[in-house]
Design a protein around this ligand. Structure first.
Ligand code: PEP
Ligand code: MG
Length: 713
């Protein structure tokens, strides 16, 4: 037997990709290979068991190799770990920086928020009937009133239809063993069936929905885990039935993963349970939803919640909308609803599952409102709302290429927030007058190494060209907080939103910043680019950052470029008069400004109804910032979600913002909305909003304003 002590150099530890490399290599040898980490022990050929070791960067593992090819195996493993398990280049790069002294945070990737209107349930209820469609992902507490329910709006749009419950069935587990040999046969037949179904699913999804296909590829890997199968087989030898042994092992292993205090692994636990269920149903000869016989008309689907496998089994052409009892706006069900453009309400409470099939329902994915057995008048009203939304969208698209000018001649620039090259062309075609925010972190996410200068240059150049001379604000890397990266070492933080994120992180990693600035300054020759720094909290940060811009510019011999900052930390808003002379423009990041002003985590599921950017405290900071910018002859825009929120638009125009930037689909609607306003009325509305005491009061005011305007038009 050979014993090795190996230090794991990978920045995310023995997780995900390095673990996969390690396991794949171990499987090539006949020897038995065991890994020890602290008290824990794992079979090196089992992905599940290696993951469950929870080995972080810089930790040492002990490996025991025993068998006919032990020498060869030990050498190969030692070499592979030393050379970084497929991440050698990344490790070399990072070793130029501080070595990982503490465990790295998990490589957690947060998807870009779709256009969302911040709003509470009450606020949504107060929305004017003509309120344009809004993809609101903002959580609101589930509430119920007579004949009318409320959940969390998850994907916009109103639907009228008959309900159909998708009841998940637990598989019946046969508890009596027919003998080890027969149970083993049953087990493997069930695993084969599950594998076949999953392979088919991956095949079906690969072309259209690659991300979802990857979920099921991971499921296949879990299904093939030798240690899991070995443990189940041991159970069969001890007289357990295949169902009982399998169920026990899945429960135990998913509990171990879930307890690792690591969001990436916790998500794996849910996946493992999903795989477990698949095999149990195959053993029982059933399906999670039984033979789903959809009615021959499209339905509003009611379910407890939807797992990845559930959604794959659904036929979008038969589903008008979803309503789930559980789940939040970032749950799988919500993500899928938005991806499929299916109106959805989530977290509506268990009672939705008591609604008999075939019940007539109106579901409003914009407000989260559900109405059961609506009378003819309510149905008529909902149809009217659908018609108005459709007409409004069509009218907005017809005039999308016109500038947004109020009835009394005040022009407001309407720009788009984008996260990649493809969206630039779309933004242009839909009437965006520029890009108010290009979130560059999407070039950096979902990969093991940072993008090179050339790669970044190519992307920024393509965007500059795609926008055909319109201004494009490239925000420098805004990472940290909710968006950690595997190749950037940030020691674990108790409050990452208050930690090393945005400009703080870039200033601490000058090479990363310089590389990005070089790419932007070079690409600026191909269009109209501006640079924007995120998370500025103090004047010294912008001074230091501008100094780097100037150094890089001189190195390149590039022309000067406008440099602005995001105002998303209350200190920046309150110091706006001091900051204004240092910059060319401000852009309000209302998402973060709201979370920091109200001290509510922007992704907090329970407190979500408290984070409304229309809170008067936030509006006062916006006003203060805009006024300071104007006093110094600078312009101020907004690129947080509030900029595309129809209830906020008149108030923001009234507060004097020069540019509103928003998710691409909102551009035409907001342009049309501005053209229907008068600046004088908007200013009056803004004045009254600043005097309100709560966000709900502001929303009520905005709703009343919209209703009055609707009456006039
Ligand atoms: C914001 O905070 O409002 C913003 C636009 O930045 P992000 O959402 O990317 O943090
Ligand atoms: Mg922000």
């Amino acid at each position: 037997m050979i014993e090795l002590e190996l230090t794991i150099l990978n920045p995310t530890g023995l997780h995900a990709r390095p673990a996969k490399e390690f396991v794949a290599l171990a499987k090539k040898f006949k020897s038995s290979i065991t890994v020890f980490h602290g008290e824990k022990k794992a079979n090196a050929k089992s992905m599940l068991s290696v993951l469950a070791l929870g080995v972080h960067a810089g930790r040492t593992i002990r490996v025991e190799v025993s068998g006919e090819d032990e020498e060869e195996a030990a050498r190969a493993l030692e070499e592979a770990v030393r050379s970084g398990l497929g991440e050698g280049e990344l490790i070399n790069r990072l070793q130029g920086q501080a070595a990982p002294a503490r465990p790295a945070p998990p490589a957690q990737i947060t998807a870009q928020a779709a256009p969302a209107a911040a709003g509470t349930a009450e606020a949504a209820a107060a929305a004017a009937p003509a309120s344009p469609e809004v993809a609101s992902q903002t959580a609101a507490p589930a509430a119920e009133t007579a004949g009318e329910w409320r959940g969390i709006p998850a994907a916009p749009g109103v639907v009228i239809g008959r309900t159909f419950r998708l009841m998940r069935r637990s598989a019946t587990i046969e508890r009596t063993s027919k003998g080890a040999r027969q149970e083993k046969e049953l087990l493997h037949r069930a695993i084969d069936q599950a594998r076949g179904d999953l392979q088919q699913l991956v095949e079906d999804m690969r072309a259209a929905r690659r991300d979802e296909a990857a979920i099921f590829e991971a499921h296949l890997e879990l299904l093939a885990d030798p240690e899991l199968i070995e443990a189940v087989e041991a159970g069969l030898e001890q007289g357990l039935s295949a169902g009982v042994a399998w169920d026990q092992q899945i429960a135990e292993r998913s509990a171990v993963l879930a307890a690792l205090d690591d969001p990436t692994l916790a998500a794996r636990a849910a996946d493992l349970r999903d795989v477990g269920d698949r095999v149990l149903h195959a053993l029982a000869g059933t399906q999670a939803y039984g033979p789903v016989r959809f009615p021959d008309y499209p339905v509003i689907l009611l379910a407890h919640d939807l797992t990845p496998s559930d959604t794959a089994g659904l036929d979008p052409s038969r589903v008008l909308g979803f309503c789930t009892a559980a789940g939040g706006p970032t749950s799988h069900s919500a993500i899928i609803a938005r991806a499929l453009s299916i109106p959805a309400v989530v977290n509506a409470g268990e009672r939705v599952l008591e609604i008999p099939d075939g019940t007539l329902m109106i579901m409003d994915g914009t407000s989260g409102r559900i109405q059961l057995d609506p009378d003819e008048a309510a149905q008529q009203q909902a149809r009217e709302q659908q018609r108005r939304e459709r007409e409004r969208r069509e009218a907005a698209e017809r005039m999308a290429q016109n500038p947004a000018v109020t009835r009394d001649g005040h022009r407001v620039e309407v720009a788009a927030n984008i996260g990649g090259v493809e969206q630039a062309a779309l933004a242009c075609s839909i009437g965006a007058e520029g890009v108010g925010l290009m979130r560059t972190e999407f070039l950096f996410l979902d990969r093991a190494t940072p993008p090179s200068e050339e790669e970044q240059f190519a992307a920024y150049k393509a965007i500059a060209e795609g926008m055909q001379g319109r201004p494009v604000i490239i925000r420098t890397l805004d990472i940290g907080g909710d968006k950690p990266l595997p190749y950037i070492q940030v020691p674990r933080e108790d409050n990452p939103f208050l930690g090393e994120r945005g400009i703080r992180l870039c200033l601490n990693r000058p090479e990363l910043l310089r590389e990005q600035l070089r790419a932007i300054l070079r690409a600026a020759a191909y269009g109209h680019l501006r640079i924007m720094f995120p998370m500025v909290a103090d004047i010294t940060e912008i001074r230091r950052a501008r100094k780097v811009v100037e150094e890089v510019r001189q190195e390149l011999g590039a022309p000067e470029i406008e440099v602005g900052i995001m105002v998303e930390v209350p200190s920046a808003a309150l110091m706006a008069d001091m900051l204004a002379p240092e910059v060319d423009f401000f852009s309000i990041g209302s998402n973060d400004l709201t979370q920091y002003t109200l001290a509510v985590d922007r992704s907090h599921a329970v407190l979500a109804s408290m984070t409304d950017g229309l809170h008067p405290a936030v509006l006062r900071l916006i006003k203060y910032t805009v006024d300071a910018a104007h006093r110094h002859g600078k312009w101020a825009g907004i690129c947080g979600e509030l900029g595309g929120d129809p209830q906020a638009v008149p108030i923001l125009v009234g507060l004097g913002l020069d540019e509103l930037s928003m998710g691409v689909p909102s551009v035409p609607l907001v342009k049309m909305q501005i053209s229907q306003l008068s600046l004088a009325e908007a200013q009056d509305l803004a004045r009254r909003a600043l005097e309100c005491a709560t966000a709900a009061e502001v929303r009520a005011l905005a709703a009343e304003f919209a209703a009055r305007l609707e009456g006039q038009n």
